[in-house]
Design a protein around this ligand. Structure first.
Ligand code: NAD
Ligand code: UDP
Ligand code: UDP
Length: 335
């Protein structure tokens, strides 16, 4: 060792061990939908200090307003495609737009966020010895030829399509995670998140659950994209956050699927939203977008066995919780 470069401190989680202080946790994309719920949960533990970095592309300070000014909380406006210097024990790396209309809006930026953003967070993890969790996606399976999807499935992804900035971007992010793990011994965790819904989703982000609920509340027709027989499996956000924390705290690198295996066609989802929220609205069939996966359902055997995790909230119980939040934000009271 040269005198200018001190020897590394002992092993990961060393800041908290070395200084006997709190666990310092970085959440990138913490002003977004899943990130802000994760922050709420992490802040419940008095031993946690939480630092959020976000560029507010799709997230908002409003999602974190109850923590602004809290002594264990810090919010930094920062774009993860630029280097970041902070000292932390754990990194939850969520920063990336998740809704197709937002990630397709500036595809070059989306792939930079996935690739350069993840590289920077891995460089940071390497420098400070932090454990890092990446929120990857079920989109890495593309339009899957195996159903339901186990983690061993390598996927069926179009490398040059309009979704590729997101799904190929996440695939490279996973590759980077494993290369840093093998080459530099970084402690990594990879969650493959399936469609998640709940309060604080962007109202007009184009995702199916937020679209249908907003449409039902506004008295507009529900737009089911053709053919309507395509399926998705929807996980309530509190279950998702619980799964992410278990993965971070556990001993498995993953990738591990985190999602709710309850599978619905988009027509069934529309019927359910109509029945629960507004039986008067119509259902309209509209054109679809390219490369829309026809089916998607997680195989969660690994999450059950390795994390002791499975979702608790059923779609029929989660939708009314989201309805309540959307009513408040849209100013539509229950009649
Ligand atoms: P979101 O869009 O609500 O949150 C993403 C956050 O990242 C936002 O606050 C946004 O401003 C921030 N961000 C985007 N680019 C950034 C950049 N370059 N630098 C700093 N911050 C940036 O999305 P979400 O639904 O909360 O998703 C969170 C994570 O989970 C994403 O990585 C997403 O890919 C993954 N995921 C989500 C779902 C889902 O159904 N919601 C499914 C699969 C994977
Ligand atoms: N990086 C960062 N914060 C840090 C350490 C590194 O943002 O605390 C960035 C750094 O700018 C680089 C990337 O992470 O672009 C990868 O860092 P690494 O040290 O692995 O690679 P190198 O800098 O040697 O290319
Ligand atoms: N979808 C729909 N109506 C909408 C928005 C989406 O029928 O108003 C369909 C879309 O074709 C897809 C499914 O819902 O089959 C899920 O789309 P979303 O954009 O929510 O997520 P992802 O495609 O990323 O799973």
């Amino acid at each position: 060792q040269s005198p200018s470069k001190p020897p590394p401190l002992p092993s990961p989680l060393r800041f908290s061990k070395f200084f006997q202080s709190n666990m310092r946790i970085l959440v990138t994309g913490g002003a977004g939908f899943i990130g802000s719920h994760l922050v709420d949960k992490l802040m419940e533990n008095e031993k946690n200090e939480v630092i959020v970095v976000d560029n507010y592309f799709t997230g908002s300070k409003d999602n974190l307003r109850k923590w602004i000014g809290h002594p264990r909380f810090e919010l930094i406006r920062h774009d993860v495609t630029e280097p970041l210097l902070v000292e932390v024990d754990q990194i939850y790396h969520l920063a990336c737009p998740a809704s197709p209309i937002f990630y397709k809006y500036n595809p070059v930026k989306t792939i930079k966020t996935n690739v350069i953003g993840t590289l920077n967070m891995l460089g940071l993890a390497k420098r400070v010895g932090a454990r890092i969790l990446l929120t990857s996606t079920s989109e890495v399976y593309g339009d899957p030829l195996i159903h339901p999807q186990p983690e061993t499935y390598w996927g069926n992804v179009n490398p040059i399509g309009v979704r590729s900035c997101y799904d190929e971007g996440k695939r490279v992010a996973e590759t980077l995670m494993f290369d840093y793990h093998r080459q530099h011994g970084i402690e990594i965790r990879i969650a493959r998140i399936f469609n998640t819904y709940g309060p604080r989703m962007n109202i007009d982000d184009g995702r199916v659950v937020s679209n249908f609920i907003a449409q039902a509340l506004r008295g507009e027709a529900l737009t089911v994209q053709k053919p309507g027989t395509q399926t998705r499996s929807f996980c309530y956000v509190s279950d998702m956050v619980d799964g992410l924390i278990r993965l971070m705290e556990g001993e498995n690198t993953g990738p591990i699927n985190i999602g709710n295996p309850g599978e619905f066609t988009m027509l069934e989802l529309a019927e359910t939203v109509k029945e629960i929220i507004n039986p008067k609205v119509e259902i309209n069939m509209v054109e679809n977008t390219p490369d829309d996966p026809r089916q998607r359902k997680p195989d969660i055997t690994k999450a059950k066995e390795l994390l002791g995790w499975e979702p608790k909230v059923k779609l029929r119980d989660g939708l009314p919780l989201m309805e309540e939040d959307f009513r408040l934000r849209l100013g539509v009271s229950k009649t």
